[in-house]
Design a protein around this ligand. Structure first.
Ligand code: FAD
Ligand code: SF4
Ligand code: SF4
Length: 443
């Protein structure tokens, strides 16, 4: 039986003196506990105005948490192909409690680094690690179907079966294969159907957590939102390294380019069936059309990331129990090589619960584990490293262009420009230039 630990605070340790009381109260408390704590400084504001302050500043990640908090909010694709909250029906201030949770947990407003646990190593890029391993699924089907090595596929089905519940994952919409939707994983078959990364919008925090949910797989911003909103009541939270969410339009364009016959599309996959695998479209005649990962991600999907992703403070799932990324082979300069081979993942346990689960999965013979040095991982994850070290430059670039940026609490970001001044100047100038181009395109 996999147990969901109940903790006094989000990490089971007392709040450090350095953490402001206001922030900690929200990151540590469950939504119910929040309801009883009213801040006299809180302004009265409608739900739509509160959400608009995030969306209008391009800080929305499309996680969907607001739709789980406010009855009138639904997630819909906007004209640029990103999922955004929309108010259905009359605007209101539905519930001060819901607003309070939103203010504390919406990743477009705030991302709070989990409290550091004494004695646990803290990596400058990847954060706290109770354990870090090279890992892959020992079931070949899961390893082949997964994005990098089927680790999340294996964990999500195993945890669901251990608990007699379900895990939440993302998969192709069977009614419209171009789209991606949240699904329930209850066994190996449903996990295999949800295996593989989907580089398209899907709001994993849109539905409120269900008591039978054993685990949730989500992008780091979604996991941060769920952890902040639900605190100690969270099911096991699984995440992955995340470069960003591309526009749905990019998927549509790739499908149209590949499906030249115009026949109905029956399946769209972005990864899997090898590592890194290919972007594949199957049509009604049974034919499969594909292009390489380098072409699909490098030339199309990776070029349409939403703005929030470019100023993401946590692309490696620090709020999860376990987060998983590609453990690419590297060339002589340390840059990843995307030639097809047997998948290998890097898995990081962020909590004691996460470490216990990984060790048990290895003991039960479902995952291969081999300890690794996170400095090696930093070298073959140039995007994650560059984004973290140049983030202050990007944030300042947004601010001087008149945008609000999310509050990133506890990440100690100011040490990076001191060590990487030129990179931050370049990041600043690039961000200012992009914001200007965006403005001139919209005017
Ligand atoms: C948008 C995106 C960006 C990524 N960027 C990077 C990166 O920069 N560096 C890196 O190393 N890895 C990145 N990955 C993660 C990587 O592709 C693998 O998911 C990760 O290595 C885990 O591999 P796995 O084989 O264990 O996962 P699998 O066993 O294939 O399981 C993947 C799990 O993720 C869920 N999932 C798939 N797509 C989504 C989605 N869009 N939103 C929420 N859940 C989803 C599935 O339901 C499944 O449970 C990204 C993934 C996504 C979806
Ligand atoms: S980031 Fe998430 S919670 Fe915040 S406005 Fe966007 S969808 Fe809603
Ligand atoms: S890059 Fe960050 S903000 Fe964007 S989807 Fe990934 S975790 Fe969310």
């Amino acid at each position: 039986m996999v147990r969901v630990a109940r903790r006094a605070t989000c990490d089971g340790v007392p709040r450090p003196a350095s953490r402001p009381r206001f922030i900690h109260r929200y990151c540590a408390a469950s939504a119910g506990a929040l309801a009883s704590k009213r801040s006299p400084r809180m302004k009265t504001i409608s739900d739509s105005a509160l959400i608009a302050s995030v969306v209008d500043n391009q800080n929305c990640s499309g996680c969907g948490l607001c739709a789980s908090l406010f009855d009138s909010v639904r997630m819909e694709l906007d004209e640029d192909g990103y999922l955004r909250p929309t108010i259905q029906g009359a605007d209101a201030r539905t519930s001060p409690d819901a607003q309070r949770v939103f203010r504390a947990a919406c990743p477009g407003r705030v991302v709070t680094k989990p409290d550091h646990v004494a004695g646990v190593p803290e990596h400058r890029i990847f954060g706290q690690a109770f354990g870090a391993w090279e890992s892959w699924a020992l079931d070949n089907e899961a390893r082949e179907a997964g994005s990098s090595a089927g680790v999340l596929t294996t964990l999500s089905s195993w945890i669901a079966q251990q608990n007699g519940g379900a895990s939440r994952g993302a998969a192709m919409d069977s009614g419209n294969p171009r789209r991606t939707v949240p699904v329930q994983i209850v066994d190996k078959d449903t996990a295999l159907a949800a295996a593989g990364s989907r580089y398209a919008p899907v709001a994993m925090a849109e539905k409120a957590l269900h008591p039978d949910e054993a685990a949730v797989v989500g992008k780091p911003c979604e996991i941060s939102a769920l952890r902040s909103a639900h605190g100690p009541e969270s099911p096991v939270l699984l995440s992955f390294f995340c470069a960003g969410t591309p526009s749905q339009r990019s998927t549509d364009a790739l499908v149209s380019d590949l499906n030249t016959s115009g026949t109905d599309v029956t399946a769209v996959h972005y990864r899997g069936d090898g590592w890194p695998g290919k972007f594949r479209v199957r049509d009604r005649s049974g034919q499969t059309h594909s292009i390489s990962y380098e072409q699909s991600w490098g030339d199309v999907l990776g070029r349409s990331l939403q703005t929030r992703c470019k100023i993401c403070v946590d692309g490696t799932g620090e709020s999860a129990d376990i987060s998983v990324g590609d453990y690419w082979h590297a060339d002589a300069r340390g840059y990843p090589i995307f030639s097809n081979s047997k998948g290998r993942s890097v898995a990081i346990a962020r909590t004691k619960r996460g470490r216990d689960l990984m060790l048990r999965a290895a003991a039960e013979g479902i995952l291969h584990l081999e300890p690794i040095d996170l400095d090696m991982v930093a070298k073959i994850q140039p995007l994650q490293t560059g984004r973290r070290t140049g983030l202050v430059g990007r944030l300042l670039g947004r601010i001087v262009q008149g945008y609000r940026v999310p509050h990133y609490v506890g990440y100690g970001l100011w040490r990076f420009p001191l060590r990487h001044p030129l990179w931050n100047v370049r990041s600043f100038l690039g961000t200012v230039r992009r914001a200007r181009i965006f403005r001139s395109g919209k005017s």
